[in-house]
Write a protein that binds this ligand. Structure first.
Ligand code: GRF
Length: 194
C-alpha cells in the first residue's frame, strides 16, 4: 500500500474526500500523516475524525514558503514516516528545492482551474472575470513553477451566467471531491506498476 502524507492550510474538504475514499476502499493508499502550516486549520480536525496522525508545522518567517530549516525538518519527518507520495490539498505555501529533490514526481496538487489558464490564487474569480464559459479542475505533479507540471486530469465545469464567485467555487469543489481520489488512484496504480 502506498503511504501518503496530505498537506493543507484550510477547510480540508479535499482531504476529507480522500480519506473517505481510502476508508471505502476506492483509493488504495495508507494515510501516514496530515500536516498543516496553520495551527487551527479544520483539515487537522478532519484528520483526527479519521484517526490519522496529524501535525501542525510552524512555517517560520516567510509568508509564501516554508523556512528552509523547516522544510528540511519536514523532509525528515516524511521520510521517517516512510511517506512515498505527498498530496497537496489546499496547501498555501510553495514547496522548494528540498521537498522537490526528496519527492521527485511524488508531489501531487489540485488546482481549481484548467491549467495553464488561471494559475495562482482564487482561480475561479479569475475565470469569472475573464468571462469564461467553462472552467474546471487540474490535478498535476508539482515542479519548481507555481501551478505547473504534468497534468493528470482536467474535467470541465460550466460557468453559469448568474454565477457568483461562491457558487462557482462550490461547483468546482464538488468536481474536485470526485476527481482528486480518482486521479490519485491512477497515480498510485502507475507507481505500483499495476
Ligand atoms: C481547493 O479548491 C483546491 O483546488 C485548492 O485549494 C482548495 C482547497 O480546498 N488548491 P479544501 O481545503 O480542500 O476545501
Amino acid at each position: 500500500m502506498i503511504k501518503i502524507g496530505i498537506f493543507g492550510s484550510g477547510r480540508g474538504s479535499n482531504c476529507r474526500a480522500i480519506l473517505q475514499s481510502i476508508r471505502d476502499g476506492r483509493l488504495k493508499a495508507r494515510p501516514a500523516v496530515v500536516i498543516s502550516d496553520v495551527l487551527d486549520a479544520p483539515i487537522l480536525e478532519i484528520a483526527r475524525d479519521f484517526v490519522v496522525a496529524n501535525s501542525y508545522l510552524p512555517p517560520g518567517h516567510f509568508r509564501t514558503r516554508l523556512e528552509p530549516s523547516v522544510e528540511a525538518q519536514l523532509v525528515e519527518m516524511l521520510q521517517s514516516a516512510e511517506v512515498e507520495v505527498v498530496v497537496l490539498a489546499g496547501f498555501m505555501r510553495v514547496l522548494k528545492e528540498q521537498m522537490l529533490a526528496a519527492f521527485p514526481r511524488r508531489i501531487v496538487n489540485i488546482h481549481p482551474s484548467l491549467l495553464p489558464k488561471f494559475p495562482g490564487l482564487e482561480a475561479w474569480k479569475q475565470a469569472l472575470a475573464a468571462n469564461e464559459k467553462w472552467t474546471g479542475v487540474t490535478v498535476h505533479y508539482v515542479d519548481e513553477k507555481i501551478d505547473h507540471g504534468d497534468v493528470s486530469a482536467q474535467p470541465n465545469t460550466p460557468v453559469l451566467s448568474d454565477d457568483t464567485p461562491e457558487l462557482l467555487h462550490a461547483r468546482i469543489q464538488e468536481v474536485e471531491h470526485v476527481l482528486y481520489p480518482e486521479a490519485l488512484e491512477r497515480v498510485f496504480r502507475k507507481l505500483r506498476g499495476s
